[in-house]
Ligand binder design. Structure first.
Ligand SMILES: [Zn+2]
Length: 107
């Protein structure tokens, strides 16, 4: 999928979907190891540095925040049941409560 041309909108959409899938802004490695995404360079050419990009302000804020809560969630996970996989850990019925409270307590 290397030499195709993408519109900014398409790239934005792909980046957003990837971020949703892994619950954080993808790194160069995560983008390049995904066969369904164009090369990381293609994104950088369009947006520049992700974290400094005005165009990516919304997803960067949203997914950085989500990732931060995810990390805290697993830090607080019961060690005996923690799977190390945030998606599995979050299936716990207390997860929703944790995320709700986190929004209210932190930040
Ligand atoms: Zn966990």
């Amino acid at each position: 999928m290397a030499e195709e041309n993408y519109t900014e909108e398409e790239l934005y959409e792909m980046l957003w979907q990837k971020a949703e899938e892994i619950e954080k802004i993808p790194t160069a490695r995560e983008i390049n190891s995904d066969p369904f995404l164009p090369n990381y360079e293609v994104f950088v050419e369009c947006f520049g540095n992700f974290r400094e990009s005005e165009k990516l302000k919304e997803p960067v804020e949203k997914f950085s925040r989500l990732n931060k809560i995810n990390v805290c969630f697993c830090n607080d996970c019961n060690r005996e049941v923690c799977t190390g996989d945030i998606k599995i850990c979050k299936e716990n019925e207390l997860a929703d409560l944790y995320y709700d409270l986190f929004e209210k307590i932190v930040c």
